[in-house]
Design a protein around this ligand. Structure first.
Ligand code: UN1
Length: 505
């Protein structure tokens, strides 16, 4: 039973569903309709404290199981994610507004991550290193760090929690997780999966709540590593707070002002398709969504015409309908923010090509009048270097076309002119241009002839510059959740040092 007497869903702490100490609850809302999906208990510092105590206790036994035994719990979850993809995908869509193919893709990506982490349990977890001294064996061994605090965003409410937790758990850590306050229903379902899989009490803990509960996790010294995916503002605060404590680690992945370079050698079908997917999928609310298209003057007019035509027509509406391309934004405050940036762009003097900031009444499907609607906003800007709208992350369908007429070096210079460095793409048929971009684009996720969304879980996922501070995702999580021991064993009775140190006493 996971509901309290006031019908609010509970926290999952130490293998029990509990109300927690606080009396407040909060609602989850369907962003396409405004309908309430459920009430949830709001976690407090005391609830986080209880969860951390359970996680610290459970670590003592969990760390002594083998990787393979620990992975068995995750295989259960993997099968459930696979069997229930359609049902869970619909829940993702209802709670975070992504169109239905994206809702399901979120669950599929979670399954991929769990499969990767559980499968990896059969791989050796260290390196055998040849010692310079023939009688010595040297190894690098990994050990779990302890308690991992996980703070995840609403835009991938199933996949990203598993990015954080799957590898952490298989490696022998225990976790305390706070789902995003906008997507507690997905949090509830994931916690039920851990319960159904029979994971030992205290190994997995979930506290629902807001930033104060998140801060209680990041402030507590029992947490050995914090994994965070979300806004740059919060991520940098966590990175400096946790990173300043001896022995503690934070791995934070934040947003971007991601660009796509379309060169004079581009195949324009690939270019337009990649740009539309990168800019408008998830209604621009991926940290890898593209808000800057850097296009060569030889192909600029044709690219612009085709991109604009699609932006004017692209279907915004009920995310449960298969022919919808863009669902709503997550919440009213976000509609405000995106609208503010669209206004700012106009104030900064850009040339607006498409402005669907406010949809026409007949575009909004019946029963969806209370949804958080915004359509594409597309503009071109000449003197873009000093504009805020071309440099600050909007996290919505707000796209700048930036024309260049020089060589690939100029395109990449424009592409890199942002404080962020997460994702990007080049569209070109010329391998020299592609290789130049690969080697010089200042980003963590780079694509050739593809959208800059859709990373696979077996690749590292993270950024440079303001976009990242470690990798709380995919295979690189192992670096943040394990300690390395350099182990050397002498097989002889002589003490010999590689540096020639005398052992004479
Ligand atoms: C995010 O953008 O917030 O690469 C995560 C992608 C997905 C993950 C995106 N695999 O688009």
């Amino acid at each position: 039973m996971s509901r309290s007497s006031d019908d609010a869903y509970q926290h999952y702490i130490g293998g029990e569903w509990v109300d927690g100490e606080g009396s407040d609850t909060f609602a989850s809302e369907n962003p396409a309709t405004g309908e309430t999906l459920g009430e949830f208990r709001r976690g407090t510092e005391a609830d986080v404290d209880a969860a951390l105590a359970e996680a610290a206790d459970a670590f003592e036994e969990w760390k002594d199981l083998s990787h393979v035994r620990r992975a068995e719990y995750l295989w259960e979850i993997y099968h459930e994610l696979r069997e229930r993809t359609d049902e869970l995908g619909e829940i993702v869509t209802k709670e975070c507004g992504k169109e239905i193919s994206e809702g399901k893709a979120d669950v599929v990506e979670a399954a991929h991550m769990v499969e990767w982490a559980a499968g990896d349990a059969r791989h050796p977890k260290g390196d055998v290193v040849p010692s310079e001294i023939p009688s010595k064996d040297a190894y690098m061994r990994r050990k779990p760090r302890g308690v991992i605090g996980c703070i995840t965003p609403w835009n991938f409410p199933v996949a990203i929690p598993f990015w954080h937790m799957a590898v952490s758990l298989v490696e022998g850590n225990t976790v305390v997780w706070k789902p995003a306050e906008q997507t507690p229903w997905c949090g509830q379902i994931i916690a039920e999966m851990f319960e159904d899989a029979g994971i030992p009490d205290g190994v997995f803990n979930m506290v629902q709540g807001f930033g104060d509960a998140g801060a209680a996790i990041t402030d507590d010294d029992r947490v050995d590593t914090v994994l965070f995916t979300g806004s740059a503002e919060v991520g940098h605060e966590i990175a400096s707070k946790v990173g300043g404590k001896p022995g503690k680690l934070a791995a934070c992945e934040m947003g971007g002002k991601n660009g796509i370079v379309v060169t004079e050698e581009a195949d324009l079908d690939t270019a337009v398709h990649s740009a539309v997917m990168s800019s408008f999928k998830t209604t621009g609310q991926r940290c890898v969504s593209s808000e800057r298209l850097v296009v060569h003057s030889d192909v600029y007019d044709e690219f612009k015409e085709r991109f604009v035509e699609i932006a004017e027509d692209v279907a915004v509406g009920d995310p449960l309908e298969a022919d919808t391309f863009m669902g709503p934004l997550i919440e009213d405050a976000h509609v405000e923010k995106v609208s503010k940036y669209n206004r700012l762009a106009k104030d900064e003097g850009v040339n607006v090509l498409v402005d669907r900031t406010e949809l026409d009444a007949d575009e909004i499907p019946e029963g969806h009048e209370d949804g958080h609607w915004v359509g594409p906003f597309v503009y071109e800007a000449d003197a873009w270097e000093d504009l805020r709208c071309t440099h600050e992350e909007v996290f919505g369908p707000h796209v700048a076309l930036l024309e260049y007429d020089g060589d690939i070096e100029e395109a990449v210079e424009i592409h890199n002119d942002t404080e962020y460095g997460l994702a990007g793409a080049i569209i070109s048929e010329d391998y020299r241009q592609i290789n130049y971009y690969r080697d010089n684009a200042e980003i963590g996720l780079a694509y050739g002839n593809l959208p800059c969304i859709g990373a696979e879980v077996q690749l590292p996922f993270g950024g440079v510059k303001k976009s990242g501070n470690g990798y709380p995702s995919a295979r690189e999580v192992i670096e943040a959740v394990t300690e390395r021991t350099a182990w050397t064993l002498n097989n002889s009775y002589e003490i010999e040092m590689a540096q020639g140190l005398s052992a004479d006493i």
